[in-house]
Design a protein around this ligand. Structure first.
Ligand code: NAD
Length: 491
């Protein structure tokens, strides 16, 4: 069985760690590879940091227009290999082939946006701020940057950061999730064709010891993290305590309100896609669905109808709309949360437990589940389920629904379905969430906008993607300059 190697200083190197963890296809438990996983992966980090440090010294002097040239080539490489990468994502992560491909499309859009860095990195200049004095700001790279990613978007999430980091003149070390490391390994194999300076991009496997190695190494200056809230908070605290700039995106529990004036049939279809897409394993998955006023009965019927027809199975098979969850432990956790919801008084409208998929009896499959009237003071209403489970609630007014949204500990996304502009305006003004959707089920910002997130969904100041990424990967330097007339040479 193949043991994955790290990519350090332009070469594929064996890890110092001999212990490994299996990389497993969640649809059938097939072992796809072994990834280094143990206490000694921290030593791999040291080697990667040394290489990244040397590359940074050269790269920071390279003009920005030259730094973006490899990104144009990268866009074409990713496009050429999109089907191959998408198949790999489905194999190790479980989502459907179409979902995997859509994820890579988002990755490519980030590469395209980062090609605009020569413009985005431009800064400010004020002439004559005082007599004979000019003042300006320049943006310089921060240095070695670490990117730590979660299992649910193995291809896209590193690209919220990597293209911007290198376009801004930094070197990077990517630490993919140990559950899905194959996608980044393949992407790095492709990136070898970019002829980047050795050590500019590095890939180190492992879990907590690798992450701690990055958080504690004094030469690492910036840390970009995406994952669960508890880990995000830890990364932010430990990284900041060590003097690094940190952006740490966490978990979510996303509410969606359906007003009686919405186009109910369309809204139900979009909401069901949001809840069950990627088997609910998206940080922008709708989870708590609130019907308002007299829409409850019709919305409920439409949602049950949309949910029960979702075809579940192996993501590479034709016609499959929903794949498995990532591990047997995740499946058991989701099943327990469904049980908990019922014990807290919810009515089980659809029960997706005991899903049997022909040919994939060992897969971590759950079918769409709907819990109605989940207890407002219970555990399920607040817990990120990260599985194909919808909690359906009813509120009398929009105000009541917004108050519910704003009691959420998270703040990744909140959506409203309505045909009234004033409802939409009120909602987007008052809802406490970083990404707002109006008649949208998954309010995922395009690459040119920051991927926002509030409360326990984000720790830091600047998010991934777009201008925020440029600001995160550069530090500002202010120059105040005086050239007295009396020093001038006379011609
Ligand atoms: P996770 O927190 O378990 O792991 C994320 C990364 O952190 C992995 O690379 C992992 O190796 C590392 N890690 C895990 N435990 C660690 C520890 N104790 N110390 C240091 N590093 C550790 O997350 P996951 O299960 O891979 O991903 C799912 C989570 O990510 C969900 O909560 C989801 O909402 C969240 N997510 C958030 C966003 C967002 O933009 N806010 C996007 C995608 C996923």
């Amino acid at each position: 069985m193949k043991i994955l190697k790290n990519y350090i200083n332009g070469s594929w190197l064996e890890s110092r760690e001999t212990q490994t963890k299996d990389v497993i296809n969640p649809a059938n438990q097939e072992v796809l590879a072994k990834v280094p996983f143990g206490e000694n992966t921290g030593a791999d980090v040291d080697a990667a940091v040394a290489a990244a440090g040397k590359a940074f010294n050269e790269w920071r002097e390279t003009p920005v227009m030259k730094r973006v040239q490899p990104l144009y080539k990268l866009k074409h490489l990713l496009e050429e290999h999109i089907d191959e990468i998408a198949r790999l994502i489905t194999l190790e992560c479980g989502k459907t082939f179409a979902e995997s491909k859509a994820e890579m499309q988002r990755a490519i859009e980030n590469v395209e946006t980062a090609c605009g860095t020569p413009m985005l990195i431009q800064s400010e200049f004020s002439e004559n701020v005082a007599t004979g004095i000019d003042e300006f700001m320049i943006r310089q790279p921060v240095g070695i940057s670490a990117i730590i990613s979660p299992f649910n978007f193995p291809g896209m999430i590193p690209f919220w950061f990597l293209p911007y980091a290198i376009a801004c003149g930094n070197s990077v070390i990517v630490k993919p999730s140990e559950k899905v490391p194959l996608t980044m390994v393949r992407v790095f194999e492709l990136m070898e064709q970019l002829d980047l300076p050795k050590g500019l991009i590095n890939l180190v496997h492992g879990g907590k010891p690798s992450v701690d190695g990055l958080l504690d190494h004094p030469a690492v200056k910036a840390v970009s993290f995406v994952g669960s809230t508890n880990v995000a908070r830890y990364i932010y605290q430990r990284g900041a305590a060590n003097g690094k700039r940190v952006q740490a995106q966490g978990g979510a529990k996303n509410p969606v309100i359906v007003m009686p004036d919405a186009d109910i049939e369309t809204a139900a279809k979009i909401v069901a896609d949001s809840v069950y897409g990627c088997a609910g394993q998206r940080c922008l998955a709708a989870s708590n669905i609130l019907t308002v006023g007299d829409s409850h009965g019709t919305v409920k019927e439409a949602l049950v109808e949309a949910a029960k027809h979702k075809t579940t199975g192996f993501g590479l098979d034709e016609g499959i709309e929903m794949g498995p969850v990532i591990t047997p432990e995740s499946k058991a956790r989701v099943e327990n949360l469904i049980e908990k919801g019922v014990s807290e008084g919810a009515n089980l409208l659809l029960d997706g437990r005991k899903a049997k998929i022909n040919g994939y009896e060992n897969g971590n499959f759950l079918k769409p589940t709907i819990l109605e009237n989940v207890a407002l003071d219970g555990e399920v209403i607040q817990t990120e389920i990260f599985g194909p489970v919808m909690s359906l609630l009813h509120m009398d007014t929009l105000d009541e629904a917004i108050d519910f949204v704003n009691r959420n500990n998270y703040g990744n996304m909140a959506c409203l379905f309505t045909s009234h502009g004033l409802n939409a305006r009120t909602f987007r003004n008052r809802a406490n969430a970083g990404n707002i959707g109006i008649n949208i089920g998954v309010a995922a910002p395009m690459a040119q906008f920051p991927f926002s997130g509030w409360n326990n969904s984000f720790f830091g100041d600047l998010h991934g993607q777009g201008r925020h990424a440029i600001e995160f990967y550069t530090q500002t330097k202010i120059v105040i300059e005086r050239w007295p007339k009396e020093w001038s040479r006379k011609f």
